[in-house]
Design a protein around this ligand. Structure first.
Ligand SMILES: CC(C)(COP(=O)(O)OP(=O)(O)OC[C@H]1O[C@@H](n2cnc3c(N)ncnc32)[C@H](O)[C@@H]1OP(=O)(O)O)[C@@H](O)C(=O)NCCC(=O)NCCS
Length: 165
């Protein structure tokens, strides 16, 4: 079943209006994000839809049976030559563990390489809740290059994962 779903998942690299609701519902369903983080994630999708030429955010959406089941938002870090950041990556909990997150990340890496990008960073929380996420990044070939103690709040470090592309 796992592979059947993954094999029938399609990907597109531009947002459409209905993605706004999809992004909110996926981020909410993961239980990983604060409401204010979800608001910002939504703002970025809207910005891309309304001002595609100006927005520097890039997206890939994963769809299964016409429903968005995951997405990644990434982009070039302003004032750098070839460094990119992942801003959001999330997969609907009912579709996690099927290879969709890995596909989203790999496709973003490929697109960045094609644009001449060399460095890919992912900032995330060091909280225990995120341990499966850390395992996911490590499995995808990223390593932890920096830890900012108590960055988000006391006991909530910021970890920076990195992969040279
Ligand atoms: C992190 C996330 C995007 C991964 O997406 P996914 O589709 O579940 O991941 P995949 O199925 O592609 O997993 C790829 C590999 O990562 C590893 N991995 C994924 N989830 C894991 C988990 N819960 N525990 C341990 N390893 C895990 C596995 O080794 C897997 O390889 P395998 O298929 O050979 O076993 C998804 O779990 C998610 O949305 N999590 C909540 C939100 C989040 O943490 N986002 C990132 C915020 S910075």
């Amino acid at each position: 079943m796992k592979h059947i779903i993954n094999n029938h998942t399609t990907y597109r690299d531009f947002p459409v209006l209905t993605d706004c609701d999809a992004v909110v519902s996926i981020l909410d369903a993961t239980g990983f994000f604060y409401p204010e983080e979800i608001d910002i994630a939504l703002e970025l999708v809207n910005e891309k839809i309304n001002n595609p030429e100006i927005s520097s955010y890039q997206f890939i959406f994963a769809e299964y049976e016409n429903t968005v089941v995951g997405y990644i938002c990434y982009g070039k870090i302003p004032l750098t030559k070839a460094a990119y950041d992942v801003y959001w990556i999330a997969v609907n909990p009912n579709f996690q563990g099927m290879g969709i997150g890995y596909s989203l990340l790999s496709q973003a890496e490929e697109k960045i390489r094609m644009e001449g990008g060399k460095h890919f960073y992912i900032e995330t929380s060091g909280r225990k809740l995120y341990e499966p996420t850390h395992a996911f990044y490590l499995k995808a070939g990223y390593s932890i290059i920096a830890v900012f103690k108590d960055f988000y709040a006391d006991g909530d470090d910021k970890l920076v994962f990195y992969k040279k592309l």
